[in-house]
Ligand binder design. Sequence first.
Ligand code: C2E
Ligand code: CA
Ligand code: CA
Ligand code: CA
Length: 277
Amino acid sequence: AKEHGRNCYQFYTAAMHEHAQARRQLEGALHKALSNQEFSIFYQPIISVDGQHIGSEALLRWHNKELGSVPPDKFIPICEELGLIITIGEWVLYQACSQAKAWCDRIQQSFFVTVNVSSIQFQRADMAQVIGRVLQETGLASHCLTIEITETVLADNSQNILHQLKTLRAMGVELAIDDFGTGYSSLSYLKRFPLSKLKIDRAFIRDLPDDLEDRALVKAIISMAGNLNLTVVAEGVETQPQLDFLRTLQCDYSQGYLHSKPIPALEFEDWLTEHVV
Ligand code: C2E
Ligand code: CA
Ligand code: CA
Ligand code: CA
């Protein structure tokens, strides 16, 4: 038994060692990823239910020679821990805004781009100014930019966050609460922060239109959002029946594989050509 226990111990330390090594490799690669130009941005369409208005979410992608393509759910938390998300996030913002500027000029109607901003980025006191400067440098109109934040940003109880969000809204930038419904106290946030859009997490959309609980929840969220003057986006819409159901509830926008997966900028241009005049 003792022998066995020892083997177990050795097994675990070996596994832990390997884990730590893999992690160090990721960290090392991430430190150099931006200057090595390993990042790119994919865009996923967000479409109003009447098909009249179109936007796109900017989603970061990382491809490294040794590691291959690493999914954002895996590398972004590490970038946040290492503080790298501050520089990388600013790069995403700049790229997405200059890209959107070109698309806005082309489409003429109200095209918008949404950019995910981490709570770590909002810890710096001048985040609103950083965003303002990017808008100025790229020439993108402020109402064409939506900043997506999660509850983690709002859970930070500092006056600074509230002040920055108010500054952004005063500049004309839209604010969306992302992954709505997955956190703890979302309802109080809706009252306290100057939000303009609400994105229903795809966990609530997946089993529509059949699941009775999800039907009731999504219906309640959309009706509440309407009363609070929030524009609603349903995430993770994959099927026509899901979209049809969301239409009957007068959900404002939908996003998901039904329309398109996130795609590179050039492909997104083709998509625009096909779907917009
Ligand atoms: P998110 O902000 O909730 O982004 C939506 C995610 O859902 C994306 O995953 C997208 O590819 C995926 N998705 C879209 N439609 C569907 C669908 O119909 N079905 C399914 N199953 N999935 C769908 P992705 O690109 O892997 O990004 C994962 C997360 O990484 C994002 O979740 C966001 O939290 C984070 N992320 C991505 N880019 C950035 C960034 O530039 N900055 C920050 N801070 N976070 C980012
Ligand atoms: Ca998002
Ligand atoms: Ca989301
Ligand atoms: Ca998410």
